[in-house]
Design a protein around this ligand. Sequence first.
Ligand code: NAG
Ligand code: NAG
Ligand code: NAG
Ligand code: NAG
Length: 594
Amino acid sequence: MDEIKKHQYSVLLCFFFILSHFCLQFKPVSAQTSAVFACDTATNPSLKSFPFCDVSLGVSARVKDLVKRLTLQEKITMLVNTAGNVSRLGIPKYEWWSEALHGISYTGPGVKFNNIVPHATSFPQPILTSASFNETLFETIGKVVSTEGRAMYNVGQAGLTYWSPNVNIYRDPRWGRGQETAGEDPTLSSKYGVAYVKGLQQRDDGKKDMLKVASCCKHYTAYDIDDWKGIQRYNFNAKVTQQDLDDTFNPPFKSCVLDGNVASVMCSYNQVNGKPTCGDYDLLAGVIRGQWKLNGYIVTDCDSLNEMYWAQHYTKTPEETAALSLNAGLDLNCGSWLGKYTQGAVNQGLVNESVIDRAVSNNFATLMRLGFFDGNPKNQIYGNLGPKDVCTEDHQELAREAARQGIVLLKNTAGSLPLSPKSIKSLAVIGPNANLAYTMVGSYEGSPCKYTTPLDGLGASVSTVYQQGCDIACATAQVDNAKKVAAAADAVVLVMGSDQTIERESKDRFNITLPGQQSLLVTEVASVSKGPVILVIMSGGGMDVKFAVDNPKVTSILWVGFPGEAGGAALADVVFGYFNPSKFPLSICSLIIA
Ligand SMILES: *[C@@H]1O[C@H](CO)[C@@H](O)[C@H](O)[C@H]1NC(C)=O
Ligand SMILES: *[C@@H]1O[C@H](CO)[C@@H](O)[C@H](O)[C@H]1NC(C)=O
Ligand SMILES: *[C@@H]1O[C@H](CO)[C@@H](O)[C@H](O)[C@H]1NC(C)=O
Ligand SMILES: *[C@@H]1O[C@H](CO)[C@@H](O)[C@H](O)[C@H]1NC(C)=O
């Protein structure tokens, strides 16, 4: 039934899309070009009389004043990601859902790329960045991303609340979302989460309770399955011992809250030990708010409440679902469920208004800490940021640096890497990922400043000959053409691996072998090559490369993750020895299955 509703919705959306495009051709509507904010006292001096607009008061006093002025109906509109406006109080609509996993992303409705800011810097997927083990790097990336986020907010193209990072533990290598995470190790994931959160949130003026942008650690908890043989994240029940929760799945969330002072935690779709996380009092009110003392808001994953009702049949009525989550400690709903069913839940006596007050207070407090209620952001600390501060040379160089630091050398035979650009007269570049730009940025991508593919990057130093060999699924490899160019070249670089058709959100793998005939292509090409053969695996998840480890004709193996916009340039830096890569970090030892 849910699926049918979703379908109708997309038909409607599609209709709207066609209609709006049609209209646009005749009457251009002006896009939002300035920041959305409350308490615009310059335009509306009467707002000055409201204590919640008074910057000299503390956050909690201002929140208290604001909440007491709202009707229940108005409060209910503040429980969902597309929050309502209250015009009589100078409060505009606010979209809570923006994403910035590895750069400002268009995945959430809060971010829009247009001709004012058409691009943003695209860093590697976190699985590669985390392989650097460099906390300074994690925080520096966060800082650049929040600068670009603020710059885009100032021209009306992004929000202030980002639902990143993903700190789930990547325990099962077949999980399609492993690419978004810092890997399988709770310590590294915690360090990654804390540093990235600090980079996003910490202000340059040192005001500790104020936020540059608000970060969110997701998805709490024990979530590492999307769609595997009929089991979906929407109906999955993770059976986890308390010890495993404490030792494995929860440490990154705990560190985010305690050490990172993160402004938000998102609960997941799945159940933990038979209870949906977004409706579990012990997990939310008990642990996040009670033990860890979150200063911020708890948000659902998008449509978690729909899934609790439709996929899990956990509650008898929609109103019960709304009440269960609010009473469990939830503050904000990505989706529209709480907007629709909270009034009914109150009428039925399932939830008290005081609980709704708590929820909206946590949400408003976060916006206050972002300066949203402090009048025009032009007059605030980040008011000068704008389009000129996005995709700067420094930011793009950091994207290349991050990829370089993350790339891992898995095998190197004496005399193989680094290649000397002087002695290579011709380099054969082969493989489905050798010349694809889009694959490099992975999921939760934005619109990158520019792309440098492996072929572009390598070609900047030496003369190259390119053969694709096959597409990523590699049902039938064009072995003969690939062998011909390989046999004539001084060295060969094969860029293989996966893309979002192989591993992604809503798609897990069934095994970790290279897709289709990719390994055959590698083996055949290696057999005729006269010089070094460098196998490059571009993937989020680990790949079984034992066939290549054991083959002496494959002289080097590199893993490059999904390396972001500058991935090809970073690969060239490593291949030609301009940068010395790290070797075999334990966190990705699953790449080699003995
Ligand atoms: C929200 O804004 C619209 C458009 O300006 C207005 O018609 C509506 O009354 C506002 N809603 C509230 C609750 O203020
Ligand atoms: C960590 O990253 C920073 C920022 O890119 C860099 O300056 C530093 O050299 C790196 N540290 C190590 C040990 O590589
Ligand atoms: C609402 O508050 C009253 C008074 O504190 C309490 O007795 C009642 O149990 C509450 N209802 C719910 C559903 O929590
Ligand atoms: C691995 O899984 C893919 C589908 O995800 C399948 O096409 C392929 O045959 C499997 N390979 C092996 C070796 O089982």
